[in-house]
Design a protein around this ligand. Structure first.
Ligand code: OXD
Ligand code: MN
Length: 624
C-alpha cells in the first residue's frame, strides 16, 4: 500500500475498522476508500465484514438514524424516500464518456471530464458529520465463474441495509480476488437531508464510468438510484459481459415445474412493473431470482444465475390471492424493509391493491397523510406510492429454488420477453428460432411506461430486451451479442413473447392475473416437444385444447373457445404497424443495426401480408 493511502486510512479509521479493511489486501480498493474519505470527509468510517454483529450494526444504524422505522411485526421496518424521489431518474442517469467514445444517440451520456467534475462537486464534503459505511458484496453466487466482487460506499444506512438483504455477502469473496483490479465500485451520498430525505433533488445525479467500473450517485435515496449493486451494477456488467462474451440481462430466473417432477429453467425479461416478479413467483413454481441474470455458455449449454439474493419488489397489488407467497412473507416476522407504503399508528404497513380497504390516515412519503390530501399541484396524494416497494431475502421465501446459490448456475430451457401491450400481441407465442426470437421478440419489445421511472405513465415505449434503461454499449452491438450467444450451443433455449395486458374495446383486461401460469406451463411443454403448436406469421401459438386442459387443471377454470378466439386473434394491421414503428427507430437511431434485424422485419411483413390476403385483417386462431 502506498504510504499516503496507508497513513490516511490509519488516521481516519479506528483500530477495529482498519483491521477489517486491511485484512483485504487490495491496493486499488484501499485507494478507492482513501480517496472517498478525503473527498467526502466523513466523521467516522465503518467497515462491514459480514459478521452477524456487523450486519446487526447496519440494521440498527438504519433505525437509529431514522431512515427506517420499526414496524409492529418483528423484523419489519419502513423507509420513506422524498416526495419527488420515488423512482429511477432516467434523465439524470448518464454514462461518462471520454472524448472520442460514442455509445449512440439512444443512450444518455455526458462528457467524462465535465460530468465527473459535476458529480464530484456534489459529493465533495457530503459526509461531513456523518458515518461512511463500507460494504462488500458479491454479484452472482460466491466462488463461481459468475462472481463479481463489489465495494459499496454510502452514507445511508438504509441503502447499506437494503443491500445486505439483496446481495450475497462479499467480504470473504473480496479477499479471494487478491490484488486484482477487476471489481465494481460504488460511491453514494444522499447529500444534505431535510426531514430525513435528500433535500437537493435538483442536484440528483447517477453517473457511470464504464472504463473505471465505478458509479457515483448523489442527492438521492430511492433504491433504483442508490443501491449500487442493482441497476447501476447492471450497466457496468452489460459492458463487461460484452467485452468478455457473456450476457447480463434484466431477467428473472425461475424453475418451471412440468410433468413428473421435471424442472425447466426459464429466464424472463420484462420492463419494470410489467409482471416480472409475479411471473417468477407463480404458484407451484420455484424462484431463483426476479430481476437480473448473468448468462454464460458452458459445455454446449447456456447456464444462468441470479445476480442478487433478494427482491426489491413492487408491492402494489401484492395480495393473498394473487401473490400468496410474497403476501405470506410480508405479513409474518422476518427481515423486511417496506418503502413508501402507508403506515398507521399501530405500526402496520398498507399498500394499494393489498386486498382490503385502506385506512384514511397515517404516515406516508408525504409525511402525515389523510384521505383527500393534495400535493402542491392540487393532485390527490395516493396513500401508498404506486412504486412502493418491499425488500426481502429470497432465502426467506417458501418457494425458493434449490439451485438458488448453485455456483454452476442452472441450465436455461427458455427465455420469455414480455411487455405492457394493450392491443397487439397474443398472450403467448413461441418464436420460430433463436434469431427470430432475439429480433422479433427481444429487439422489438415495446411497453407502456409505468410508475417505476419518473415521467408520464402509459406511453408506448421501445424497450429493447426490457434492458433499454441499462444497456451500456451501442444497441446494434448489444443485439449482435445476443444473436451470437447461441453459437456453439447444442440446443438453444426456445424464445417466447408473452403479453398479460391485452384489453378489449372497452379497456377491460382480457386475462386474469394468474393466467400467466398457463402460458408459462405451455411454454415448458414446448421446450420438451410435449405439445404441438399452430403456426402464425410471427411464430407458434398454443392450440385451444391444450390451453383448455391447462386452465382446468391448474386454475380450475373453463377456458372458452370465445376467450381463446379473442385473445389469440392475429391482429395483422397492429402487427404491421408495430414493425413499421420499430423499423423506423432502428433506421433513425441505431446506425449499427445488424442487417439480420431488417431481414426479420421483411420476412415477418411478407408473411403477415400473405396471411391478410388469404384470411383477412383479424385472423381467428381457429382459421390457422
Ligand atoms: C426495478 C426496476 O426496481 O426495474 O427492478 O425499476
Ligand atoms: Mn428491474
Amino acid at each position: 500500500m502506498s504510504n499516503n493511502i496507508k497513513e490516511l486510512l490509519e488516521q481516519r479509521l479506528d483500530k477495529d475498522n482498519l483491521k477489517k479493511l486491511t485484512a483485504i489486501n487490495n491496493i486499488k480498493m484501499h485507494k478507492f476508500i482513501a480517496d472517498a474519505i478525503e473527498f467526502t470527509r466523513p466523521a467516522s468510517v465503518f467497515v462491514c465484514n459480514d459478521s452477524d454483529e456487523d450486519l446487526l450494526y447496519i440494521r440498527n444504524r438504519a433505525i437509529e438514524s431514522g431512515e427506517e422505522k420499526a414496524l409492529a411485526i418483528d423484523g419489519h421496518t419502513c423507509h420513506f424516500d422524498g416526495f419527488y424521489d420515488q423512482a429511477r431518474d432516467k434523465a439524470n442517469t448518464k454514462y461518462l464518456l471520454a472524448k472520442g467514445k460514442d455509445l449512440g444517440a439512444s443512450l444518455n451520456s455526458t462528457d467524462k471530464e465535465e460530468g465527473t467534475k459535476e458529480v464530484l462537486g456534489f459529493l465533495k464534503d457530503s459526509m461531513v458529520g456523518r458515518e461512511m459505511l463500507v460494504c462488500f458484496f458479491c454479484l452472482g453466487p460466491a466462488n463461481s465463474e459468475f462472481s463479481i466482487a463489489c465495494v459499496q460506499i454510502t452514507d445511508s444506512p438504509y441503502v447499506a441495509h437494503s443491500e445486505c438483504l439483496l446481495y450475497r455477502p462479499g467480504y470473504e469473496q473480496f479477499k479471494s480476488i487478491g490484488d486484482s483490479p477487476d471489481f465494481f465500485r460504488f460511491l453514494h451520498s444522499e447529500g444534505e437531508l431535510e426531514a430525513l430525505v435528500s433535500k437537493n433533488i435538483e442536484k440528483r445525479r447517477v453517473y457511470i464510468d464504464l472504463d473505471e467500473n465505478i458509479v457515483y450517485s448523489a442527492n438521492t435515496q430511492y433504491g433504483g438510484n442508490t443501491i449500487g449493486l442493482k441497476k447501476l451494477a447492471l450497466r457496468l456488467a452489460i459492458n463487461k459481459a460484452s467485452r468478455e462474451g457473456w450476457l447480463a440481462e434484466h431477467m428473472f430466473v425461475m424453475g418451471v415445474h412440468g410433468p413428473k417432477d421435471r424442472v425447466t429453467y426459464f429466464t424472463g425479461a420484462f420492463p419494470s412493473a410489467c409482471g416480472k416478479t409475479s411471473t417468477s413467483m407463480l404458484p407451484g413454481q420455484t424462484i431463483v431470482g426476479d430481476d437480473i441474470a448473468y448468462l454464460r455458455k458452458k459445455g454446449g449449454e447456456i447456464r444462468c444465475v441470479n445476480v442478487e439474493s433478494g427482491i426489491f419488489g413492487i408491492i402494489r397489488d401484492v395480495n393473498a390471492d394473487d401473490d400468496p407467497v410474497i403476501y405470506e412473507a410480508l405479513t409474518n416476522p422476518g427481515e423486511i424493509i417496506f418503502g413508501n407504503v402507508l403506515v398507521t399508528d399501530d405500526g402496520k404497513p398498507h399498500w394499494l391493491g393489498m386486498g382490503c380497504e385502506l385506512p384514511t390516515e397515517g404516515t406516508n412519503y408525504s409525511g402525515k397523510w389523510h384521505k383527500g390530501k393534495t400535493d402542491d399541484k392540487g393532485n390527490e396524494i395516493s396513500p401508498s406510492h404506486k412504486n412502493a416497494r418491499y425488500t426481502v431475502r429470497i432465502s426467506d421465501l417458501s418457494n425458493r429454488d434449490e439451485n438458488l446459490n448453485n455456483p454452476e448456475g442452472v441450465p436455461l430451457g427458455a427465455i420469455i420477453y414480455g411487455g405492457r401491450d394493450s392491443d397487439t400481441l397474443v398472450p403467448v407465442e413461441q418464436a420460430f428460432d433463436w434469431t427470430e426470437g432475439i429480433v422479433g421478440k427481444g429487439a422489438m419489445l415495446e411497453s407502456e411506461t409505468t410508475a417505476a421511472t419518473l415521467g408520464a405513465e402509459g406511453v408506448r415505449t421501445f424497450n429493447i430486451m426490457s434492458n433499454m434503461d441499462f444497456v451500456s454499449l451501442p444497441l446494434g452491438r448489444y443485439i449482435q451479442n445476443n444473436l451470437d450467444f447461441a453459437q456453439g450451443v447444442d440446443r438453444p433455449p426456445l424464445i417466447f413473447s408473452v403479453n398479460y395486458f391485452l384489453r378489449d374495446k372497452d379497456g377491460k383486461y382480457l386475462n386474469g392475473m394468474l393466467d400467466k401460469l398457463v402460458w408459462v406451463l405451455w411454454a415448458e411443454l414446448r421446450v420438451h416437444g410435449d405439445v404441438d403448436a399452430i403456426e402464425t406469421p410471427t411464430g407458434l401459438i398454443p392450440g385451444y385444447e391444450d390451453l383448455a386442459e391447462l386452465f382446468k387443471r391448474e386454475l380450475n377454470e373453463d377456458f372458452t373457445k370465445e376467450n381463446y378466439a379473442e385473445q389469440f386473434a392475429i391482429r395483422v394491421p397492429k402487427l404491421l404497424a408495430k414493425i413499421d414503428r420499430i423499423e423506423e427507430i432502428y433506421k433513425t437511431k441505431v446506425p449499427d443495426t445488424p442487417q439480420v434485424v431488417y431481414d426479420v422485419f421483411k420476412t415477418q411483413r411478407t408473411r403477415l401480408n400473405a396471411a391478410k390476403e388469404k384470411l383477412g385483417e383479424y385472423i381467428s386462431p381457429f382459421d390457422l
